[in-house]
Design a protein around this ligand. Sequence first.
Ligand code: 4NP
Length: 152
Amino acid sequence: MTKIMFVCLGNICRSPMAEFLMRDLVEKLGRGDEFCIASAATSTWEIGNGVHRGTREVLLAQGIDPSKKRAVLLTKKDCSAYDYIIGMEMTNVKDILRIADNADAHKVCRLLDFTDTPADIDDPWYTGDFETTFREVSAGIRGLLSHIDAQK
Ligand code: 4NP
């Protein structure tokens, strides 16, 4: 079982998009049982709130209903329990390492570090451009799956 935790600032835009798209990807491959996939926030700002409308629209267009998801805060325990702790941007990586007390640092990176074009995924909370987020997250999760498969 590979345990993957996606992380962003609020856990309402980028990381839930990654969580639901990754779960959809592996389930469509008939490999859902191989993975435990979750997402969490580095800030308390949106804890308990549902996904942002922009992310919900992107996911609904893919036939995915994220209505049950609520934002949760990343814990130190999560960092030890999961195999991959994947931020969306460098600030997330710094905040994850702070929450983890700098333990488990080898598990922490950005989602687009699994692609040929490592970069931050800009926050659509500020840009309003959820389609770009969708394209970047989709590329990232495919790269992540290839990376995981190459480890076997
Ligand atoms: P996310 O986006 O980190 O991709 O979920 C944000 C959501 C909420 C806020 C900032 C970013 N906020 O300021 O509340």
